[in-house]
Design a binder for this molecule. Sequence first.
Ligand SMILES: C[S@@+](CC[C@H](N)C(=O)[O-])C[C@H]1O[C@@H](n2cnc3c(N)ncnc32)[C@H](O)[C@@H]1O
Length: 262
Amino acid sequence: MSLDTSRPSAARAYDYFLGGHSNFAADREFADQVKAIAPSVPNVARLNRNFLRRAVRYCLDQGIRQFLDLGSGIPTVGNTHQIAADAHADARVVYVDNEPVAFHHSRGLLEEHPDATIIQADMRDREHVLSHPETRRLLDFDEPVALLVIGVLLYLPDPEPAELIRGYREHLAPGSLLAVSTLTDEPAGTALREEVQRLRAAYAEAGEPVHPRDHADILPWFDGLDLVEPGLVTLPEWRCDDPAEAFDVAAPLGYGAVARVP
Ligand SMILES: C[S@@+](CC[C@H](N)C(=O)[O-])C[C@H]1O[C@@H](n2cnc3c(N)ncnc32)[C@H](O)[C@@H]1O
């Protein structure tokens, strides 16, 4: 993927929703249009980011010190290596993103962090990601790894998410953890569902279609893995430390889960 700042990018719009500054006029214009037709979207971004933090903390609490973060995004506050640092854990992190701004900003941010790196790659190109010298330098797949696939599978049509997870899972040692979150409109009421419809139309027109999914669509992604309590639930239902999140208008718009490789 090459950099074209005249066209909006979903990655940079997400950065804008989170209050980041790694975005261009076309991204901001697009994101403002999305906000006008689907005002809950910035909240979904925040809830998702909070789920990422809790999932990483859970992995750290389970003793995992290696992370492969697919579709890691533009670095705003609270990236995986920072969550680990806040927890005083010596974690090794490989970020993967195909978006040029995400790659360059992450690389700049990580210059002084020898234990974290970014690869610019399509995460579907598993062989490339896994055989990349940076992955080999930092991750030991003979030991448990946390595979993070947070807020990115919504960009893939079926059956790609299931295939992607199955493919990476083959390389994960017992005790590894998989964390996933993705867009849904299943538990939403009529008004929120209509927002999601408008969101889909806007992203499709921008050339980055998104795919909300039902619980029954996502559950098979974890076949052969042991779901960690409380299972596959809406994001604020997953080990949330802030009761206010359950009342967030966007609470029904994301599902998340963590599962263990037996
Ligand atoms: C919504 S952001 C999520 C960022 C972060 N994981 C989070 O949850 O906060 C999705 C990111 O996935 C990246 N992405 C989308 N499709 C990808 C692919 N096929 N390979 C690698 N990265 C991809 C986008 O460039 C974007 O930065």
